[in-house]
Ligand binder design. Structure first.
Ligand code: SF4
Length: 189
């Protein structure tokens, strides 16, 4: 039997849940694009907290991202500093106010609804959605923005060496927190 009817119902459910979350977001005083930027900055590693990487992650233009970042900066949710790696670029970071805003993230309400579901196998749902995302990323020619520890450039360091791990691509040390963050340069191992 074809999986498509059930797959279409799943896609419609995801779309409907997304619409509820989006309308909730506007009620909280930030646009959906501004919420997405805050979430990205809370998950991205230090090499990826730039306007260009954010634009790639959202699949949008740097001009569009720039408007969201100006608004977030005016609201005191983010700060910019000149990049130590590239003098022509800036690094973005969440302020304490930005972290406080994320504590009220409407997406957490959706997560709570999912957690309250009586359906048992949440891990299988997450695996399925990750797989669907990999396919969507490939179809759109987008960057994966996967988690650092799943990257082919991730090298765990031995106990005799200092640090938790190392990035073989960028030649930089990585902490345990870094290993769990998402990265613009990630390539699945
Ligand atoms: S190991 Fe991969 S994901 Fe981690 S910082 Fe290096 S390029 Fe990025």
């Amino acid at each position: 039997m074809s999986k498509m009817p059930l797959a279409i119902e799943a896609a419609q459910l995801i779309d409907r849940l997304d619409r509820f979350t989006r309308s909730d977001e506007v009620r909280h005083g930030l646009s959906p694009a501004q919420w997405e930027a805050l979430r990205y900055l809370s998950r991205a590693n230090r090499f990826s907290r730039t306007p260009a990487a954010l634009a790639d992650y959202l699949g949008t233009t740097r001009g569009t991202v720039s408007q969201s970042l100006i608004s977030l900066e005016e609201k005191g949710h983010i700060a910019r500093t000149q990049s130590s790696r590239d003098k022509r670029s800036v690094d973005l970071s969440l302020t304490s106010q930005g972290h406080a805003a994320l504590a009220e993230d409407p997406l957490v309400r959706l997560a709570a609804d999912i957690a309250a579901s009586r359906s048992a196998d949440l891990a299988s749902v997450v695996t399925l959605l990750r797989d669907a995302l990999v396919r969507a990323v490939a179809r759109n020619g987008a960057k994966p923005f996967g988690v650092c520890r799943t990257c082919r450039h991730f090298e765990a360091t031995s106990r005799s060496q200092c640090g938790y791990a190392r990035c073989a691509l960028l030649g930089e040390p990585l902490s345990k927190d870094d290993s769990l963050a998402i990265c613009a340069e990630q390539e699945l191992a």
